[in-house]
Design a binder for this molecule. Sequence first.
Ligand SMILES: Cc1ncc(COP(=O)(O)O)c(C=O)c1O
Length: 392
Amino acid sequence: MKRKYQHFATNAIRTQHERGFREHSVPLYLTSSFVFEDAEQARALFADEYTDNIYSRFSNPNTSEFIEKMCILEGMEDGFATATGMAAVFASMMPFLNKGDHILASSALFASTTKIIKEYMPNWGIEHSFFDINQPETWESLIQPNTKMIFAETPSNPGLVLIDMEHLCNIGKKHNVLVNIDNCFATPYLQQPAKYGADIITHSATKFLDGQGRVTGGVVLANKEITKTIRQFCRQTGPSLSPFNAWILSKSLETLHVRMDRHCQNALELAQWLETQEDIKKVVYPFLKSHPQYELAKKQMTQGGGVVTFEVHGGLERGRKFLDSLQLFSHTANLGDCRSIATHPASTTHSKIDEASRKASGIENGTIRTSIGLEHIDDIKADILQALEKSR
Ligand SMILES: Cc1ncc(COP(=O)(O)O)c(C=O)c1O
């Protein structure tokens, strides 16, 4: 989709569905279906002779506006919006993988994505390999004659490991394999995988795109041809985003740039401060000079994002005590909210994958994942300080 304006912010605010009643802000189109003008229009629409709304499982003006904005912001042509990020991940993979095919995926993925690849796909006759995120020189050798897709997430949840997108996309291009990037943590404001040639961009919109912890959602973006296949799959299987949630998400995009600037500013300041604290064993944040991939982070991201991961001295027990001592931070299984959030991945989101796989994703038993919100940074630091003292 072509950018209408030169700047990200203007596109995020000024991309709007055509006005019907001179309304300033886009209204909600709460309708499950759309009336046909006559039998000929109904026939032509079902025959895909042209596109217009038929039924909200297929498309709706609110979902279309959200998709159009995301296409412009990511530099992609077309897309499909889903009810959750996992529905987007699933819809971005399954139409392209058949019995006997192979998917090559990063070893550092969101746990549910790993589970789909590792536990469900074998039941459907789809093979997989995981590439070691720390050994980019080995990735290409894992491509097989039946490899149809490479799937990666950067930065990863929650280890904040980065994938060199240029390197990965070059491998994909060379072997004619689709490259699918989950851009949930960075959002298109911080990085655009399309610049490196990613074929598919997948998002959980539940995180920073919403930004206020209100709705779940997802979106898959690609060129027109790839999207046609995804749209057909979704039309039949029905993971579509509701018009109400699409309306919320499209409104949220209007403030994404302002929110991300503050998330990143707070997160960087906190990460630098945590590195000076004796109780902290390790801090991971892409824009810290100590991050092993700091140079790559600077190359492919404009700022470091809103998630900071750290390990408290004292292992699992201290980590749990620390979490229980936090007062301002919410202890909840989400991220990307304007409220700061802390979680313990080893006992929650990543508890269903084995310890070795957790370690490969950068998760130790004492790792705490924080999503840094938009509160004042001094209050955020003060809460961490008092929890460190209490848990000693
Ligand atoms: C990187 C990543 N991808 C996908 C998902 C799944 O998104 P959702 O929870 O909206 O289904 C998450 C959720 O945390 C995530 O962090």
